[in-house]
Design a protein around this ligand. Structure first.
Ligand SMILES: *[C@@H]1O[C@H](CO)[C@@H](O)[C@H](O)[C@H]1NC(C)=O
Ligand SMILES: *[C@@H]1O[C@H](CO)[C@@H](O)[C@H](O)[C@H]1NC(C)=O
Ligand SMILES: *[C@@H]1O[C@H](CO)[C@@H](O)[C@H](O)[C@H]1NC(C)=O
Length: 180
């Protein structure tokens, strides 16, 4: 008798615990925020202040029309406008891209957008990871974040704004996030 009533109490306590955890999960889901922002990503290949380092290639990369197998590490400035000189620096894109398309040009992007400056995002980051094929608008997933962007998920729409024959490029990233 004593044993079975303590079992009932334990079951009731467990139900309360489960109810408590599911309602706090619902409350957390209700508090989810949405952020949209536009940044310009500057890949500076030429000049003394290059922000791109080619770190590896396959023996066959140079013969490949898509430089398949080449790995580049980047520390690219992110600005709030398209002009690297006159726009405000809002952070840096740190990470790498890999030429991962054998038949057609496609990069795999793996980078953190690390925000800086005097805005609310200073010190926070988002993890951008996914394919960047040769097409006008590329959709790249955001797979996580830190700081104000904890639990971030979302996507970027990347559009090339400007490039030159040396490979310097400015790409517009329209970022759409859900986060905690
Ligand atoms: C390179 O960076 C240094 C230090 O920030 C700066 O003084 C210099 O003007 C830059 N050079 C070019 C060509 O942008
Ligand atoms: C970027 O801004 C600088 C400084 O204001 C200016 O000299 C330059 O012409 C601008 N570049 C473009 C492409 O608009
Ligand atoms: C950004 O955050 C860092 C680290 O917390 C701090 O040292 C720095 O002063 C902040 N920058 C601005 C412009 O507020």
């Amino acid at each position: 008798m004593a044993a079975s009533s303590s079992c009932v109490l334990a079951a009731a306590a467990l139900l309360l615990l489960l109810a408590g955890s599911s309602s706090s999960a619902a409350a957390a889901a209700g508090q989810q925020k949405e952020t949209r922002m536009r940044v310009y990503w500057h890949d500076v290949v030429t000049g003394p202040n290059s922000t791109v380092a080619k770190v590896a290639e396959a023996p066959t990369s140079r013969a490949s029309s898509t430089v398949f197998g080449t790995v580049y590490v980047i520390d690219d400035p992110l600005t709030d406008g398209p002009n690297l000189t006159s726009s405000r620096l809002v952070g840096r894109a740190q990470g790498m891209y890999v030429s991962a398309g054998k038949e057609s040009m496609s990069l795999l992007m793996a980078m953190s957008f690390v925000f800086a400056g005097d805005g609310p995002y200073n010190g926070s980051s988002v993890a951008v990871f996914g394919p960047n094929p040769a097409r006008p608008v590329r959709e790249i997933p955001v797979v996580g974040g830190t700081g104000v962007f904890r639990f971030a998920r979302g996507y970027c729409l990347a559009t090339t704004y400007w490039y030159n024959s040396a490979g310097d490029a400015t790409v517009q990233y329209d970022i759409h996030l859900h986060h905690e």
